[in-house]
Every structure is written in structure tokens, then in C-alpha cells.
Design a binder for this molecule. Sequence first.
Ligand code: SF4
Ligand code: SF4
Ligand code: FES
Length: 765
Amino acid sequence: MATVETNTVTLTINGREITVPKGFSVVEAAAEAGLEIPVFCYEPRLGAGIGACRMCLCEIEGIPKLQTACTTPAADGMVVDSHSARAREGQDAVLEFLLLNHPLDCPVCDKGGECPLQDLTFRYGPGVTRMTLPKRTHDKPIPVSPLITLDRERCILCWRCTRFSEEVSGDMQLVAEHRGANSIITTFEGRPYTNEFSGNVTELCPVGALTSSPYRFLARPWEIQNIPTVCGACAIGCNTSATIREDRVTRVLSRNHPEVDEGWLCDKGRYAFGHLRSPERVTRNLIRGGRGLEAVSTTDVLDHVADRLRATVERFGPGSVAVLASGEQTNEEAHAWARLLDEALGGGVGVCGPEGGSWWSDLEPYAASISDLAGAGTIVVAGDADLGHRAPVLELWIRKAVGNGAGVFTVGPGATRLDTLRGATHVSAAPGTAHTALLEAAGGDGAPADALRGENAVLIWSGPMRSEVASVLAHVAHTSGCRVLRTPRAANEIGIAAAGLGTASPEAALELAESGTIKALVLLGADPVGDWHAGERWRNALARCFFALQVTGFQNDSSGWVTTIVPESQILEKDGTLVNLEGRVQRLRAAAKAPAGVSDGYAWAAELGSRLGVELPHDPPAAFADLAERRPAFAGLSWSGIGERAPLGERAPVGDAPAAPQVAPAAVPQTVVVGYRELMSGAAVDHTEALHFQRRRGIEIAYADAEALGVATGDRIQVTHDGHAVTGPALVQRGLRPGVVRLAARVPHVGPGAVAAVPAEAEDA
Ligand code: SF4
Ligand code: SF4
Ligand code: FES
């Protein structure tokens, strides 16, 4: 008789018959059916169970000894009991054993009240201790970095943290030392734990062994509220919970969105909320008068701004006002300003972000979703610097995809972290020419072309966007069939452009300002003097303007050249929506109260509207409804429909083939300097001191160039580029293309330069 092979197995757990795919463990099968088997070391995001803690002991019919459910594959006909007297006795014994040396200092432990060890002890453990001997002790607490504190006495050696470090972030910085009862968790060679995903281990640790230093002793679980929101520090839009105590953010936790972040956050998203209470925040409305900047009331500043904007248009005509947004504003704020420009100021110019975020919209029909990476056959990442600086959590998705068999191609000058992934293929391209290399690859034969044409191929552009790059990527996607995962620099560039505020490029706006067409500049969180290309030209343009307003959280390089400064509410202090890099509209919630004197960004714009004769909707939900009515990208969406797990909307259909891009061959100078914007930069990080240790300080130099200069890693070198000189320690990179020098910079740039060793005498002097 023929047997029928199925891909499922049917077993019984605690009396319930369950059918699950082959390959599931008993723990996974139970979870699938909503049954709980207690665990510590098992965590689905870290891969298969390892049987380290023994908490999941179960009785299985036909097997004489108790088994760990996390390492036992579910099999047809298996009968499992996790609640039998023997299983309960085993679980109780495991807890007693785990608590033998545990300090039981729950009243002063930051995990207390939210601790799986506490919870499982209450439910499965012994009620009393039989321990009469002194417990083993360790030095404590140990700061493994300015962000994380380690208490070894509380550690139950579940290996979740080391597995995260090995298998998820791949940094290998957390390790276990010694054996048996002497095993301890430590950092590699005792160095600080510097990986930019480090904070995830504080959530993974099932006890209070690894805790967040900024949260130490700040709150107890019964005093806090966790507000579901999203991160606004980059365009991924990881889902988060902001922990609030007395109106202040005290902690940011992940809120697993399986299609966006899988529950991981980078340290910028987790810790940069520190800037919210910085004493340097702008909290007063300031108008420049005869004696410098003078504080005025909110009503006075609104009257003043309305008067100046009206006067600009009366004097210089329609189109004489430009709004430069940093890219971090909500869709509702952008919509309000777009309507003000259109309806009260005779048109005008809106710019979204220093790279002109609207170019990303050209790629809309080819847009990939983040979770496309999970099923990708090949992933091609093109750009001049690490993808992790623009969209950190994508790196974790790529690592996981590689673990599942995806191939990775990197195109650029090399020495990025993705180049070191198992099986990664690197295609060397001079800085600034990765898009040209892609075009050539897509049009030819060979491995890169196959990668782009491969099944479920995803192309990620991890660098500044400009018109030429957008047209190349659209062409490559159209001809090869790959999807493109976009990486705008700021959190909401795609949303702001879709809300109608990002139609002009920064360069076009600058030219209009220089030619005198634009006479009023409104800087929404933007610092064009310090953060944008041609900062000096922007400074002159601001100085020559009839009126310049800055709406900002912190004073910056542009502040000295504006006439009016208004304090801006920050992400985590405002309600609204953001569009992430996939095009997913997500809800941002006002978790914390802004400091006294700081108005809500949307409410302030609406007030300004009423002074300029534009009746804007009274609050963000009404503004979103208005936006959905007026802008096609938001059509059919509703505020309440977004919910806490925002779904991805319909994709725009792929249209006709885009015109073949015209790309002029670039002359490559002997030494090319690449300045990239590092992850740990921007006002939020500048004003969160605990994050500063994660900044990259080295200047990357290719091995051959370092040899020629006679320098090694750590030696001082000087890079000159575009009239500026930067000195710092060399970081010799074997994988970096010869002739390339790469360093973190406020304004990303690529151009000719020179590098020289700094003699030790010059250093001493
Ligand atoms: S520190 Fe925490 S996560 Fe790491 S092994 Fe110990 S208990 Fe597990
Ligand atoms: S990856 Fe981006 S969105 Fe996610 S936590 Fe980090 S900065 Fe925020
Ligand atoms: S959860 Fe199964 S042994 Fe730890």
C-alpha cells in the first residue's frame, strides 16, 4: 500500500491534539497551539533551542526520562505532558537549582516585576529555599559599556546574550569564560561592548543580569506606562514602546513588528531619547532684535511669523517662501506646511531633507518591503559606506537571510561589514560610482547580473540619493526584475514628499535663494549651514533673506543666521504618522510631555494657518483625514485603521520602462575621500552623552596606502579634502579599495583629497 508523505506531524500536548509543520520542536508546537511550556534559554529569534537551562522539562510517553521540549523535535503520535507530576517536579527542581546562587535581590533589581525568573519561580518553582550555605558571589555591578551593566550573580547562563552577539549581530563581543559552575559572561578580552545593537541583550536577558544603565533605579514596573509608538531616528521605523514615568521617557523597548524589526532595535533608537531632557533644548521663542535674540510669548511669535511671511509675499511676490524640512517631521506637519505654502503664500518651495527626499519616490513602483529580505535569493547592496549607518536593522535582516541561504553581493569601495558575511561577493567600484557599476553589471553577464536577475532579488542602495542614481536604479530594477529597498537618510522623507512638501531639490532651492527669488526661509528641524551640502552658501542665503525662521529642538550652525527661533517638539512628544522606507504608514504617539515652553509642531503650524487665513484641521487625526482626501499616496487610509501593527499598503504598478539613464563616466582621482554620515550623529545623539562612545573615530585607509605611508592602525594620519583637514587614528582596512580614504563626516561627500602620516614630533608639539 502506498504511503502518503506529508509535511506535517500530529502530536498531543497536555491532552490537546496539535498538527504542526515537520521540523518544529515540542516548544514551538505548544506555542503554535497557545500552550505554555516554561522556558528561559529558548528564544525563537535566536534559532533552534540549545537545551541550556532545562526549564522546559516535559514528560513524553515512551521515554523514561524527562526531556527538554525546546530541543525535542515534534513527532507524529508523540504524547507530551508538561503539567504531569513528574514534569512539575523536574521544573521545580530546575528552578531550585537556578536559584541556588541567585542573590534574590528582586527589590533592588531593575528587572524586578518584569522578570521571567521571578514569574516562573512563582508559577513553577519552590515556595521556600532549602539553601543554608553561603552563595557564590561576584564583583558587581560591572559596566560592560556606558549603556549596559552586568550583574554576574543574577546570571542563569542561558546564553541568550552570547548567541545574540554571535548569531544575530555577528559582533562576537559577548562571550562566556571558564567552565561549569565557574562560567561567567564577559566581553571579548574585557573590552567595552561597543556593538550598535548592544541594547537588545538587556531585553533578551531573562533575569536582571544585563540591564540598561540609563534606566538603573529610575522606575518600578507599577509606576510606569508603556506607550506603543515608532522610532523616528531612521527610516526603518522600528516599532517601540516608550516607558513613561511622571511624563518623562525613561526607557525605550522594542515592540516586535515581524515585518519591520523582528523585535530588534539599534542603540540610537533605544537610547537617544536622552536628548529630550537636555538642558540645551530650545524652550523659548526667540526673535532677533537690536540686542540679539530676545524671548517672546508664543502668541507674539505667531503674530510675528505670520506678519513676516505675509510681508514677504506682498513685497516679493508668490513663490518667495521656501520650507526646508529635515525629514523628521510627521506627515501631518508636512501637510500643514504644504497647505500653508499653497494656500497662503502663493506657492513656494518645499525641500525634504539634505538629499532631497523626493528622488526616492521615483523608485516607488519597484519598492521592496523589508520582509522581502527574508525570502530573498540574492541581496545586492550598493554604496560607499556601511549600510548600518543609514538603516541599521536592515543589516540584521541581511545576516539572517544569509543564514537561510541568500547570496549577498556588495558593490562599492569595500571593507563594509557585509563583505565579511559567509559567501559574500564583493564587486569593487570607486567611490561615487556604485550606481554605474550596477548599470554595467545589469547590462552584462556574470555573477552580479545573475544576482540582480535572480529569484526574489533585492537591491539596496545605501547612500545619498540623487536624480542620476534614481534613474539608474529604476532602469536596473526594470530590466533585471529585482526590487529596490530604499534607504532615505531621515525617518520620514518618503512621507513628507508624499504629503507635498518635498518637491524641490536642496540645490534648486539654494539657487532660488541666491538669485533672490526666495526671500524667506523656514527651517523645520533643518540645519542647512551645518548639515547640508554647500553650508557656506546656505549661510549667505540665510543672511541675505528678508525673513528666516528656524523651528528647532536645539540651536545649531544655522541659528546664528535666522531672525526667529521657535522650539520644536521632538519625536516621542508628538502625535502623528510617519512613512517608513517601505512605504508603510505608522503611528507615532506623544508618549512624553514636551518641556514647558515647547509647542506641539502640528498645533503651532495650525495656529499659524489661522493667522494666515488657512483653516487647517484642528488636530493630527483630522489632519490625517484631510491628507488622505487630498494626497493620492494616503488615499483610503484612516487614522484608526493604521493601528499598532501598520500593514503595508498596495504597491504602485510597474509602468513603462524608464528612459535609459545617461551616465557620464566619472574621472577617479588618485586619492578619493569618502565622508559618510555615521549612525551615531545628529542632534539627538549629540545631546545624549551615553551614546558618544559608539562613534567611530578611525580614518579608514587601504592596506596598500597605509604600507606606502608607513602607518599602522592607531597611527595618526591627516586627510585633506575640499580645503578642510582632519587628523585622526588610522584604521587600516585590507578590503578597502586602494586610493580610498573613508571617514565619518557631518556632510556626506566624495571627492579628491590627500592623506599623509602625522609625524610623532608634530603630535608631541
Ligand atoms: S547574562 Fe542574561 S542573557 Fe546572558 S547568559 Fe546570563 S542570564 Fe542569559
Ligand atoms: S534601526 Fe532605525 S528605526 Fe530602528 S531603532 Fe535604529 S534608528 Fe530606530
Ligand atoms: S528552554 Fe529548553 S532548555 Fe532552556
